[in-house]
Design a protein around this ligand. Structure first.
Ligand code: NAD
Length: 471
């Protein structure tokens, strides 16, 4: 990884007015590199650059935008190893998972490039023709978290640019370098000012949310920050897409083939060391298979090779930062104190880096913090139930509503249970799979709005009705 990065505003590489801040490598707790620290004045400069670029980008043709996104995807492919290494160094995930993230970023970019912005003919009669057109909004502000930093930035910026908007992006201060590199590469393709980047802490995000030149904020992160953004966005009535926290439940039905499904259940809970918004975070298992499934999950947990993401053979990296590590530790300790059984893990690994062993917690129930709160880390509570109706009620008895899953052999029965989950996505015999063509979003406290597919694309547009009189 190179050791110097710059803000990019209006196509220019700039130092941060506030100097730099340190970014740590979570595998060593040592400083990885210094990141430019932008000032609120530089946020303003970035918005002005994006406004200037919008004057012409909004009128660029569909073909031009599609070609630009495909050229960007080519750049990402050509720099895939470099991007993956940056992700592992600052985020912590094993290199193969970082490669998967870069692959996802390329796939989402190409898919977004291929989408067509529809013109809907609502009426074409002797009296009038009514056509619904979609126009870009203006400057879009993107604020991203630290768990899938490159992929989520792509989810935000590609549909914005595809629909003719210009962008100011602010990555998490814990994982800024992959996005700084992403914006550098994008600036090799796009006209100056179409995408700009400012780096800093939450205050920089807040300056963006309050800036009257930004017409929409797309935010992925925690629910409290999302609520704060919604309050601040009210002053100039910004459009919002908020993808927030989740506490996804999975229900294993009595007829589930647990020998076959256990690896998928494990994977969907522990993907990215459990730091995935729509990971499986509470598992409800029927009495009849409870002990057997707990044993299988514990076996899979113990088989993980925990270590630095760049080391060969490592399957499980560190938690990304100290706060998250301490939260996971505190939730597991709270469960232990309240009589839960730690079947695998339940402790730190080594004395350097935020390594926490993949942890399976049994004999635990609702009302315990590890079940009720989002752990966002490598500890899965497994909860016993005897009545499916009761399991559905408990799965829904949570303020979050991002995803949920049902695991069983009778697909019709599984579908009936899945359709009763209060969640934006309900998976059957799967969990946490997101796809560029399938709309994704949360209900209840998990967010507002939709990403992906045509529905997601249109969230970056303002509709305009053309009413053509034939009288
Ligand atoms: P976070 O809310 O702490 O930070 C996210 C981003 O917001 C960072 O860039 C941060 O600097 C910025 N920010 C902080 N305060 C701000 C403010 N007042 N105004 C504007 N911006 C501000 O979240 P995190 O800890 O980085 O991410 C973890 C959380 O994100 C988890 O709750 C997880 O479930 C959620 N998440 C949700 C999804 C989804 O699609 N629903 C995806 C990934 C993560």
């Amino acid at each position: 990884m190179k050791d110097q990065f710059s803000l990019i505003i209006g196509g220019q590489a700039l130092a941060g007015d506030r100097g730099t801040f340190k970014v740590l490598n979570p595998a060593t707790e040592e400083v990885l590199a210094e990141c430019p620290f932008a000032s609120p004045e530089q946020v303003d400069q970035a918005v002005k650059a994006a406004e200037e670029a919008f004057k012409s980008w909004q009128y660029s043709s569909d073909d031009e935008r599609t070609a630009a996104l495909n050229a960007i995807a080519d750049k990402f492919e050509a720099h895939a190893e470099e991007l993956a290494e940056i992700i592992t160094l600052e985020q912590g995930k094993p290199l193969d998972l970082a490669r998967f993230e870069v692959g996802g970023a390329v796939a989402w970019t190409r898919y977004t490039a291929s989408l067509e912005i529809p013109v809907e003919v609502i009426e074409d009669s002797d009296v009038r023709r009514a056509e619904l057109h979609r126009k870009p909004l203006g400057v879009v502000g993107s604020i991203t978290p630290w768990n899938w930093p490159l992929m989520i930035a792509i989810w935000h910026v590609m549909p914005a640019i595809r629909t003719g908007n210009t962008v100011v992006v602010k990555p998490s201060s814990m994982t800024p370098f992959n996005t700084l590199r992403m914006v550098e590469l994008m600036n090799e393709v796009l006209p100056a000012g179409v995408i700009n980047i400012v780096t800093g802490e939450g205050g920089i995000g807040s300056s963006m949310v309050k800036h009257e030149g930004i017409r929409k904020i797309v935010f992925t992160g925690s629910t409290p920050t999302g609520q704060n953004i919604m309050r601040n966005a009210a002053d100039n009535l910004k459009r919002l897409t908020l993808e927030l926290g989740g506490n996804d439940a999975g229900i294993v039905l009595p007829d589930a083939d647990i020998d076959k499904l256990a690896p998928a259940i494990f994977q969907s809970a522990f993907i990215n060391m459990g730091q995935t918004c729509a990971a499986l975070k509470r598992l409800y298992v029927h009495d009849s298979q409870y002990d057997a499934l707990v044993d299988k999950l514990a076996e899979l947990a113990r088989a993980q090779k925990v270590g630095p993401g760049l080391d060969a053979g490592v399957t499980f990296g560190p938690v990304q930062n100290r706060d998250q590590f301490e939260l996971v530790e505190a939730l597991v300790e709270d469960a232990r104190r309240n009589g839960a059984r730690i079947v695998a893990g339940g402790e730190r690994v080594g004395d350097r880096g935020y390594f926490y062993a993949p942890t399976i917690v049994a004999d635990i129930t609702d009302g315990t913090r590890l079940v009720d709160e989002e752990q966002f880390g490598p500890a899965l509570p497994v909860i016993r139930y005897s009545d499916v109706e009761d399991a559905i009620r408990r799965a829904n008895d949570n303020p979050n509503g991002l995803g949920g899953s049902v695991w069983g052999s009778d697909i019709e029965q599984a579908k009936q249970v899945a359709s009763r989950l209060e969640s934006g996505t309900a998976w059957i015999n799967n969990h946490a799979e997101v796809l560029p063509h399938c709309p994704f979003g949360g209900c209840k406290m998990s967010g507002i709005g939709t990403e992906f597919g045509l529905d997601g694309l249109l969230e970056y547009t303002q509709s305009q009705l053309l009413n053509i009189s034939k009288g």
